[in-house]
Design a protein around this ligand. Structure first.
Ligand SMILES: [Cu+2]
Length: 66
């Protein structure tokens, strides 16, 4: 499992947007957002470079792998 710190997620709608954006990747089985921690957890074998783009395209900042 991969975890990323993502900036800018403030509510359930943000969480849903990020989850959907990441789950649209074929290499991602499941994504979940922890709003309190500002983290996105990803199951699957996607790597960081692939995950980054859809999250940033959705308007959020990927800070680092958590
Ligand atoms: Cu929001």
């Amino acid at each position: 499992m991969l975890k990323f710190k993502v900036d800018g997620m403030t509510c359930g709608r943000c969480a849903q947007t990020v989850t959907k954006a990441v789950e649209a990747l074929p290499s991602v089985e499941r994504a979940s957002v922890d709003l309190t921690a500002g983290e996105v957890s990803i199951e699957g074998n996607a790597d960081e470079s692939v995950i980054r783009k859809p999250i940033e395209d959705a308007g959020y900042d990927v800070r680092a792998a958590a």
